[in-house]
Ligand binder design. Structure first.
Ligand SMILES: NC(=O)C1=CN([C@@H]2O[C@H](COP(=O)(O)OP(=O)(O)OC[C@H]3O[C@@H](n4cnc5c(N)ncnc54)[C@H](O)[C@@H]3O)[C@@H](O)[C@H]2O)[C@@H](O)CC1
Ligand SMILES: Nc1ncnc2c1ncn2[C@@H]1O[C@H](COP(=O)(O)OP(=O)(O)O)[C@@H](O)[C@H]1O
Length: 337
């Protein structure tokens, strides 16, 4: 059971290392005497106005006269019987965000369960990594999402490595990250070669893939400035050769080339109702859907994060993960699409 009693300062700092609070809550002493302002390629959006969204309006709109394949085909891998909910949430999000087609690929024994739950989302049996490699030879498939509900066995590892050997943009989340805890370099080698991967860890997953960076974030600064979530995310992206979206109330997104954005919402426009099971699966699906539509991985991660928070804020209290994809049409309407 989590302990909500006031914690002693050291334990509180350690907790912050894995899921840092907004920087406003970090004292000057914790940051060290020379906090590093955003520099170089850092981009920090206006938190209250989300200026990125109006700019994106024409690009998020569906082109007149285009057919479904012009908007890309996202494939989401789902888990076995009884474990398909996470994949279905991701697939629903990918479809709502505008991918022209979305296919849920699941172990053959889970077909009946998924068939009973899906209509607009297509369904396909996928036995193993060999079958995935064959599926991804179809170059009309433009993005892949895997991890939610997949489990922590060798099969998930094989699926992730196979996905990254293909040409599609690939979003890896949840079990597809945790399964590499013992040898993250195996994941990073393939992600670097792929060049179009997005990793979406929460604090626990980040610490499994980048334990040294998580430890540095948790350390009390002595003589040098504190190592922040921004620093850690940038270092992680460079190491992994992938876009890293480090989730939380203060989401940070970094690309391997040093580009970095903070979630524009995290201070004035927070969405604490997002702390609910499955909301991360929806985010992974939104990013995959946007990547399928042709957005570059770093951009898909940014836009997906913004739409995710806007959808949560639009629904408000009582939000559960299923509600998020259903809010996307309203968010699009708010944008004037
Ligand atoms: N509706 C569904 O079908 C859902 C399925 N899910 C799937 O269930 C499987 C296992 O999920 P788990 O929740 O057990 O795995 P997690 O890796 O999320 O949680 C395991 C442990 O990690 C730590 N942790 C979790 N979130 C953290 C955070 N933000 N910061 C720091 N530490 C954190 C906690 O100690 C937790 O006990 C995954 O495949 C996942 O995709 C979940 O996404 C929830 C919803
Ligand atoms: N307190 C919070 N405020 C805002 N967003 C949050 C908060 N807690 C979690 N989130 C967001 O909710 C999502 C949770 O994802 P994740 O931890 O992967 O959950 P799950 O595995 O259950 O899907 C992430 O996008 C994260 O940024």
């Amino acid at each position: 059971m989590p302990n909500y009693a006031p914690s002693p300062p050291k334990a509180r700092r350690r907790a912050r290392g894995l899921n840092a609070p907004p920087r406003a809550a970090i004292t000057r002493r914790q940051r060290g005497n020379t906090p590093r302002p955003p520099q170089g390629r850092d981009v920090v959006h206006d938190p209250s106005k989300c200026p990125a969204l109006p700019d994106l309006r024409p690009r998020l709109a569906k082109r007149e006269g285009a057919h479904k394949y012009h908007h890309g085909h996202a494939v989401v891998l789902a888990g076995g019987p009884g474990r398909g909910g996470a994949g279905r949430l991701a697939a629903r999000a990918a479809l709502r965000v505008g991918a022209g087609l979305v296919t849920l690929a699941c172990p053959p024994e889970a077909l009946a369960e998924n068939a009973a739950r899906l209509d607009a989302i297509m369904l396909r049996p996928l036995a193993d990594a060999i079958a995935l490699a064959a599926l991804l030879e179809d170059d009309r498939i433009t993005a892949l999402c895997l991890g939610p509900g997949l489990g922590l066995g060798a099969a998930t590892r094989d699926l992730a490595l196979t996905a990254l050997a293909a040409d599609q943009a690939t979003v890896l989340d949840a079990d597809a990250l945790t399964v590499f805890a013992a040898d993250p370099e195996a994941l990073f080698d393939r992600a670097r070669a792929n060049g179009r991967a997005v990793l979406t860890p929460h604090g626990g997953e980040f610490a499994r893939l980048f334990p040294d960076l998580a430890c540095r974030m948790a350390e009390e600064p002595m003589d040098s400035p504190a190592f922040s979530k921004v620093d850690a995310t940038r270092a992680a992206a460079a190491r992994a050769g992938a876009v890293v979206l480090f989730k939380g109330p203060d989401t940070v997104i970094a690309a391997p080339d040093g580009q970095l954005v903070l979630d524009p919402h995290h201070r004035e426009r927070g969405a604490p109702w997002l702390a609910t099971a499955g909301s991360g699966d929806v985010l992974a699906g939104l990013i995959a859907g946007l990547a399928a539509r042709g957005f570059a991985p770093f951009e898909a991660a940014q836009i997906g994060t913004i739409l995710h928070v806007e959808a949560a804020r639009r629904f408000g209290p009582g939000l559960i993960a299923e509600d998020l994809p259903e809010q996307i049409p309203a968010v699009f309407r708010d944008l004037g699409l």
